[in-house]
Every structure is written in structure tokens, then in C-alpha cells.
Design a protein around this ligand. Structure first.
Ligand code: ADP
Ligand code: MG
Length: 255
């Protein structure tokens, strides 16, 4: 791993990444992006600017038309096993219980049954869903479903947690509670994962949570600016002078 400007190691490096549709229409890049070890990094930008595309490329779910992804200096080929994804749409299996949904990825990685049950229960407890292990997705609220999605991703103990607009399908209060939870878990010694890559279209959300914010512009998706917020103390009160100043500056970048 090589160093970065904030003194942290580079966990993942995207170099000259480009994505075309139909070989002719450029939707993304070329762009360079580093994810630092231990940071909360957020991609923010208007709808259609390529945030989900970039996240899928980082997770190895989509091969870029050009450019490369390196993890710890090693080029990514196929699915990124150091990353796990939380989807806006939850993507739970309706015929499986909560604990089965959370343990599924562990089974795919060859973990023995007892160990994966223990691991799944640990993360179900950490997201606050103890007692719902045997419940099925249809019995859960949207917020609880997203908690299952979060537990499932964290249970893999990935180096990098990728989240694609994870709070967008939730009501305002549930979304706020979940943002707080994600921050708590990111800072908790009980959670192995230390780096987060979040995608959102909400500037306020990006400023509330992140160490650094990558502001993207559309057509094609390009980096307008990387804003360093490591100096902005947490908890960040929405509407406070410091927070408002940064939020206004970011709206200016996108205008
Ligand atoms: P965002 O997540 O920022 O809203 P996306 O990454 O989903 O943006 O999409 C970026 C652009 O790529 C959009 O303009 C979208 O219309 C286009 N796009 C994505 N997938 C396809 C596809 N399969 N075919 C054609 N265009 C696509
Ligand atoms: Mg998207």
C-alpha cells in the first residue's frame, strides 16, 4: 500500500477508469480515485452522473471499459472480495429468515455452519435486530430490512463497505436513525470493517457523515472536486455554521 495526503494508506485505487455504453456513449470518466484505509468516503452528485456505475466497478460487479482498480496494489479481477455492498432496494431473499439472509454470503465463502451462525448473530445484534433472527423479510419494516442488508454486508467483515443510496428508500426519521447507526458502527471496535464508500445524491448527508466527499458532475461522470472534511468535528449538527458553510460550497460546485 502507498501513502496518501492525509497520512493514511491507500486501500483501493481507481486509475483512468472509464465506462461507455454501447461502445459510443461515455457515461463515466476517465477518472482517478483513491479510497484511504479507515476513511468514510462519499460520492455525491446528481442523478445519472454515474455514482452507481462507479460503485459497481469498485465492487467488481461491473468491468470498466477502460482503466483499472487496484486493492493493496493488486489489480482487481472479477468480484471484489474485499468489498461488500448494501443496496438501496435491500435485495433480501424473501423465503429466507433474517439469520439465513445474513449468513448466506458466509456460506458461499465456505464458513462452517456453527461459525456462520455465530457471526450472523453478532452482526444482527450490532444493528439492533436481536429477537428478529427467525423473522422473514415480509414481517419487517423497510428500515428493518435495510438493517438486515447492513448486517449481511458487515458480517462478511470486508475491508470496504460499499453502500448505494442506502437511506433513500426510508422515511426521514428512519433514515436519520440509520445514518447515526452507520457512524456508530464505523467507529465501533466490535466491527471489523473500517472503510466505507457511500453513494448519495444528498449533499447534506455527505457532509453529515464523511471524512472526504467526492463531488461528481454528469455527462460524462467526472470528479469536480474532492472535499476534505477531516477537520470538521463530529457530531455534525445540521444547520450549524460550519456545516452550512460546507454544504453551500458543495451546492456551488454542482451549480
Ligand atoms: P447514478 O447512480 O449517479 O444515478 P448511474 O451510474 O446509475 O448514475 O448511471 C449513469 C448513466 O449511465 C446514466 O445516464 C444512465 O442512464 C446510464 N446507464 C446506466 N446503465 C445503463 C445501461 N445499462 N444502458 C444504458 N445506459 C445506462
Ligand atoms: Mg445510482
Amino acid at each position: 500500500m502507498s501513502g496518501s495526503a492525509d497520512g493514511r494508506e491507500v486501500l483501493l485505487r481507481a486509475q483512468q477508469v472509464e465506462q461507455f455504453y454501447d461502445r459510443r456513449i461515455r457515461i463515466l470518466g476517465p477518472l482517478d480515485l483513491d479510497v484511504h484505509d479507515g476513511e468514510f468516503l462519499t460520492l455525491v452528485g446528481p442523478s445519472g452522473c454515474g455514482k452507481s456505475t462507479l460503485l459497481r466497478i469498485v465492487a467488481g460487479l461491473l468491468e470498466p471499459t477502460a482503466g483499472s482498480i487496484e486493492i493493496g496494489g493488486v489489480p482487481l479481477v472479477g468480484v471484489n472480495r474485499d468489498a461488500a455492498m448494501v443496496f438501496q432496494s435491500f435485495a433480501l431473499f424473501p423465503w429466507m429468515s433474517v439469520v439465513e439472509n445474513v449468513a448466506l454470503g458466509l456460506e458461499a465463502r465456505g464458513m462452517p455452519p456453527l461459525e456462520r451462525l455465530k457471526r450472523a448473530e453478532k452482526y444482527i445484534d450490532l444493528v439492533g435486530l436481536s429477537g428478529y433472527e427467525r423473522a422473514f423479510p415480509k414481517e419487517l419494516s423497510r428500515g428493518m430490512k435495510q438493517l438486515v442488508g447492513l448486517a449481511r454486508a458487515l458480517a462478511l467483515e470486508p475491508e470496504l463497505l460499499c453502500m448505494d443510496e442506502p437511506f433513500s428508500a426510508l422515511d426521514v426519521l428512519t433514515a436519520r436513525a440509520m445514518r447515526d447507526l452507520v457512524l456508530d458502527l464505523w467507529q465501533s471496535p466490535a466491527v471489523k470493517t473500517k472503510s466505507i464508500l457511500l453513494v448519495t445524491h444528498s449533499i447534506e448527508e455527505a457532509v453529515a457523515l464523511s471524512d472526504r466527499v467526492v463531488v461528481l458532475r454528469a455527462n460524462p461522470g467526472r470528479i469536480a472536486e474532492v472535499v476534505d472534511l477531516t477537520g470538521l468535528a463530529r457530531p455534525r449538527r445540521p444547520g450549524s455554521a460550519e456545516v452550512s458553510e460546507v454544504v453551500d460550497r458543495m451546492y456551488g460546485l454542482l451549480a
